[in-house]
Design a protein around this ligand. Structure first.
Ligand SMILES: [Zn+2]
Length: 161
């Protein structure tokens, strides 16, 4: 499977998140050697009232629980939106060496983010995966499709939808 194919599964997860009342952001974790999707995660902050309930965190939690390990070095994370600092940090703590994302933070409503944060691609080489190996992050996979998931997010939020 290609990066696009895995990102499409993340997009499907994002659409499910929105349907469930969350924000249209999704993540999937893939076993790198076999291409098997082992977990998905939806952004559910609004529903759970848990500020850490981001798609990537939920994906990592589900995977770790199912696989009975906190070491996800053999896995690759795909997310529809450039991970925030918390999620990038969580991926590093989980020792996930490769992260691919769709839309850049600059592609979506800037008011959703701390805009001064350096982009993840630049930060990744400095993220320590616990054994002095660094992670690699690449964005722009199905960038426009992933960004369009969040188009009008603020208008919808304003109207309580
Ligand atoms: Zn996050």
């Amino acid at each position: 499977m290609t990066h696009d194919a895995f990102m499409r599964q993340a997009i499907t997860t994002a659409q499910a998140a929105q349907k469930d009342g969350g924000v249209a952001i999704g993540a999937v974790l893939v076993h790198a050697a076999t291409g098997k999707v082992v977990a998905t995660g939806e952004s559910l902050v609004g529903i759970t009232k848990d500020p850490t309930s981001h798609a990537e965190i939920n994906c990592i939690r589900t995977a770790s629980k199912q696989l009975h390990t906190d070491d996800l070095y053999d896995y690759t994370l795909y997310c529809t939106l450039e991970p925030c600092s918390m999620c990038l940090g969580a991926a590093a703590w989980a020792r996930i060496p490769h992260v691919y994302f769709g839309a850049y933070r600059k592609d979506v409503d800037a008011s959703l983010f701390d805009t001064d944060t350096p982009n993840d691609e630049a930060r990744a080489p400095h993220m320590n995966l616990r054994e002095a190996t660094s992670m690699q992050v690449q964005g722009g996979i199905l960038e426009h499709e992933c960004a369009s998931l969040l188009a009008g997010y603020h208008d919808r939020a304003k109207h309580g939808a």
